[in-house]
Design a protein around this ligand. Sequence first.
Ligand code: GLA
Ligand code: ZN
Length: 670
Amino acid sequence: MGSLADLTRGGLLYGGDYNPEQWSREIWRQDVAAMREAGVTLVTVGVFSWALLEPERDRFELAWMDEVLDLLHAGGIAVDLATPTASPPPWLALEDPETLPTDASGHRLHHGSRTHYCPSSSTYRERAQIITQVIAERWVSHPAVVLWHVNNELGTTCWCPRCGRAFRGWLERRYGTVEAVNEAWGTTVWSQRYTSWEQISPPLRAPYLLHPGLTLDYRRFTSDALRELYRSERAVIRAVDPARPVTTNFMGFFAGVDYRSWAGEIDVISDDSYPDPADPDAPSQAALTHDLMRSLAGGPWLLMEQATSAVSWRGHNVPKTTARMRQDALRAVAHGADGVLSFQWRASPTGPERFHSAMLPHAGTDTRVHRAVQELGRDLRALSAMAGTDVHAEVAILFDWSSWWAAEEPAVPSDRLRVLPQLRAWYRPLWEAGIGVDVVDPHADLARYRLVLAPQLYLLDDEAVTNLRGYLARGGCLALGPFSAVADGNARVRTGGFPVPFADLLDASGEEWWPLPEGGAGLVPDAVGPTSLGTGHAETWAERLRLHGPGAVCELRFEGGDLDGEPALVRSRDGGLHYLATMPDAALLKRWLLGLLARRGIGPAHRVPAVPDGVEVAQRGPFTLVINHRPTEVDVPLSTPHLDVLEDVEHVDHVHLSPGGSIVLRKALP
Ligand code: GLA
Ligand code: ZN
């Protein structure tokens, strides 16, 4: 079976979504010529072409696609050929309205947009398989096709009666009996005990809060149902073509699907990334998402979609400067992407995305954006040796979809303690220091990590607890953030002093969550602990903890407010387990995390001795990416001579960057 490595023998991939069905033959020719000029090597074709490939049931019009593929091939451009199943044609919706999804109020949605499919509709699935079969058979031997692309951003949640039926089947396979479901969810609360399968529905809108056991399992079910759609199309492709890899594009930290449970079935992990140029935190957030993708892939992944400039789906769509576009692309590569593709090649004059940027704007080739696109093509060619290289990470951040889902149900102590903001807050200091980080499953083998961080891991099932305790027993170091290890695998709160599964190792435990009133609380180093952490502030969250015995070392205490003098940060005496029962200000959080790195002897793999503020550094294999986010020039020190890979010059002890500039260095041979 093929993999990304088969596609990147010639270097990094470059290109975008290509929607030739929107254009005339004359334009196709111009497109291929302009793609060649821009250094494009791979385009995704066919994502939204169902209505053109099959204008009516079982009548297929495929010749136009033959022509497109031939033209691309003649131009030396490879194709990621998509199944068009993300947007069924209007005739299918009218022929069988049950192919359409239903919302949480039980109302069926209409066609006229895209992603209007119910994952449980047998008609939808059957028609999706048929069009997939037609496509696979027609183009299996086409020399342009190097990758198959199933659907697009699979992610529709549906609450229809069919999904209800499928959900009950899913529950039956998981739990066996209705009694076991009652037991797992704890339905004695609010008189919700079920006495037959038929009584269980999707979590449709109800007068008041829904049962968190039901909503969690419905999310798990939906993720599995969508994975089943992926699998069913992949099976059709595999039967026709056992060789080429199959992908489907992810959406980063997307809440609708547990990508980790999908990853093993996807030959090329690919992601769509749209960092907001107006958000100062976007570069670090994008880097974290890239690290998630690399971790899901266990190596290189593919940036399937990004924007060359503005998107059109935010309220106010700030464009990317040329420098920003280059930064975003190079960052993805530095975090393990083996290709950069954009949505889309040529800007659409019609449709909802008529104002979305493209590689070739409405204004044509003689434009800033298109020149930047050509330059990026040249840069990526010069960086071809980066393809296939590794990112070395000694730090793992634990992240789990079930935990995310369960933590963000309503009616928790505070809706201000959110999973992604916590993850991002802990990641940011590591990103600023240019430290390699993997984003991993709490069930994963953690032996290779010197430090494991769990910024917010609310739900932790018994296997994961055993795994983490085993990691600690073998000398690992685990830092748990606030409100972690609270619930078991069924989202049932673990009873006892928290963090219940680790309190014995900590020799301390908590008894009350304490969201802070206006003004928050101070944080001060404990008198007997190391004072290097300094003082700080907690605005949002606290917990009431108690130290039990000499096994616990208190490093920070709350100052002022209701918890004055109580522990805020505790570690086990052996330094293995750390429990931070609050959300400190960014500066204190950074000092603490950098202190943990120092204690564990973890340093960056790059050779930038002190990364200046406002400078981003990322290391991939022997390559160092340096980005200057400052509005002014900056000198970045180097501890060893480096070669500037793009400019082909040597930098001995420092490198100079213009405002917004990014460079890729490689350690010079002695
Ligand atoms: C998604 C989709 C694309 C396009 C872009 C626009 O990623 O997959 O079809 O709509 O968003 O940003
Ligand atoms: Zn449905």
